[in-house]
Write a protein of this length. Sequence first.
Length: 364
Amino acid sequence: MRAALRIWQVVRPLDPVRSIKGKLTVLVVVCVVLASGMVVIAVRSETQIRVIMAFSMIASLLLMQLLAHSLTAPLREMTVAARAMAGGDYSRRVRVASRDEVGELATTFNRMAADLEAADRHRRELVANVSHELRTPIAALQAVLENVVDGVVRPDPATLGAALEQTERLGRLVTHLLDLSKLDGGVVPLDTREFQVEPFLAGVLRGLTVDGATAGGAWSRRGDVTLRLDVQPGGLTGVADPERLHQVVANLVDNACKHSPPGGVVTVRARAGQGPHGLVLEVEDQGPGIPAQYRTRVFDRFSRAGSPTAQGPGSDGGTGLGLAIARWAVDLHGGQIEVADGSQGCLIHVSLPGTTPVVRRPRL
């Protein structure tokens, strides 16, 4: 019996059948043909009909056992995998061979397992990365305060300024994490309205410090980076949520300024997009740029490792959350954000439809 089951699992002649009903129909037809054949054999060989009936029942039961084992194999595998996932192991997968409803269920189960594995991995990475990001400024702030308490240094403006910088860095990290919690929460309402693009962008740039960090503090003030605004035509208007769009522009300029060379220029461009009130924004710097192999990953959370843009004259390493938040806000508007080919440095291209989008869950 075991040998027959192994042969059946290798051959699996019923896998091409697309439904369980079809497989059961094939089973009934085979059983009827088998019983009819044995009756014919009995009539010609003058064998007793009860013997033929006994052999027919045994053969039918064997076929039903083989088919039942084949049909329920994915279900048994899913049961084992579900128990493993309940214990925290999301690496189990179900072998999909059949094309019927059970096969579709097994395929869906594998997709669910892959999603759960990715979510669990993301959760672990998030905890580890946030812990690392919080530990650095907390340790620096603790060292400064301990030196002041022990009398090693005096609480002069320079010492208090260093402590303030660490506190501001913690504040920016917490703000980013709160924004990401809104992303994980799903739908965020948009307050879209028409606005004048040039005054809006000028206001955003005025609220930024020279090194690109949002108003509220930075590691060091860089006077060698110039912010340039280019809006064409002059009376350009757009339709968006100004608060969310402010996040996009501020984070993109923040990233561009941090990785600009000494004496660099960061250019913010705005042009009319497709459709009424469509808007195209570009932020370009003169830094090292982003290699092609990293362009699809720079908008992921905490995506810094391995990219040359993770270092620069004005960069403290950052949290790796700014571009993720920018993508989130653009997705809320139904637009697109990508790294484009620029004449120099890094060029981030943002396109907004200009109409109130259908609210959808942003990409994680």
